[in-house]
Design a protein around this ligand. Structure first.
Ligand SMILES: Nc1ncnc2c1ncn2[C@@H]1O[C@H](COP(=O)(O)OP(=O)(O)OP(=O)(O)O)[C@@H](O)[C@H]1O
Ligand SMILES: [Mg+2]
Length: 257
């Protein structure tokens, strides 16, 4: 049984004078343990689709079954609970609270969990574990301005992971990062995926998509193509190759200096 099952999903934005049809009948199934890259031109409907997958928004028409639950049949508060429990969301702009430490940023989703009643001690422990999982055990008390872009994105990923979601959604997670940081984030995504987390990631970059297992292309609010990734890349290897090239480049520039 797929964890994400969409049939005929439409999303229309009614702006009064015009209605923008962002999604026009999307059918897609995503199974447990998949790693899907969603591609498509700007304005094609990728973020609109992700917001529906992530239960941040509801479709105008069509059905969305999430892990066997018909999302149309449940109220907004219950939908929020399901989202908090099953889904972690990562955005291009990190969306961290400024002047707030990495640890506190990661604690947030647990503080907002309805009816959860987790003790402050356990909240702190879980947040620390999540930060260790993304390799930031040594940066617990740093605020966002004291972290690199890649590290900030890893804090955001730790925050997305802290409630142990089955699904990780990422909307252009490497959009604001340079190549080295992007490869670090892709290494982390591949590791998480190997640990069983289903990953759905929007990207504009074919290089980044090549780390996924399947590519879904969106055009004009419809799925244009849906295919397995033929020569899937290993992000850890790509990162090592990047470092090797970089060291060689530095040695060369030192030699000519
Ligand atoms: N809140 C909104 N109100 C009205 N129209 C919207 C809204 N959000 C998105 N749209 C429109 O819906 C269409 C799809 O937008 P969406 O943000 O899903 O595109 P996208 O594929 O994520 O693009 P990008 O690659 O630039 O992020 C666009 O035409 C956009 O202008
Ligand atoms: Mg978008």
């Amino acid at each position: 049984m797929p964890v994400i099952e969409m049939r005929g999903i439409e999303r229309h934005y009614d702006l009064g004078e015009v209605v923008v049809k962002a999604l026009n009948g999307v059918d897609v199934d995503i199974g447990e343990g998949e790693f899907v890259a969603v591609m498509g031109a700007s304005g094609s409907g990728k973020s609109t689709l992700m917001n529906i997958v992530g239960c941040l928004d509801r479709p105008t028409a069509g059905s969305y079954i999430l892990d066997g639950i018909d999302t149309a049949k449940i109220g907004t508060d219950d939908l929020a609970d399901i989202r908090n429990g099953k889904i972690g969301f990562v955005f291009q702009g990190f969306n961290l609270l400024p002047r707030t430490t990495a640890l506190e940023n990661v604690e947030l989703p647990m503080l907002y969990a309805r009816g959860g009643k987790i003790s402050p001690k356990l909240i702190g422990e879980r947040a620390r574990k999540a930060l260790e999982r993304v390799g930031l055990g040594g940066r617990l008390h740093h605020v966002p301005t004291q972290l690199s872009g890649g590290q900030q994105q890893r804090v955001a990923i730790a925050r997305a992971l802290v409630n142990e979601p089955a699904i990780l959604l990422a909307d252009e997670p490497t959009g604001n990062l340079d190549s080295e940081m992007s490869l670090e984030i892709m290494t982390l995504f591949q590791e998480l995926n190997e640990q069983g987390i289903t990953v759905v990631m929007v990207t504009h970059e074919p290089d980044i998509a090549s780390f996924a297992k399947r590519k879904v292309t969106v055009r004009d609010g419809l799925i244009l193509a849906d295919e397995p990734i033929a020569d899937r890349q290993d992000a850890k290897e790509a990162l090592a190759a990047w470092h090797a090239r970089h060291v060689r480049f530095l040695e060369k520039s030192e030699a000519t200096a």
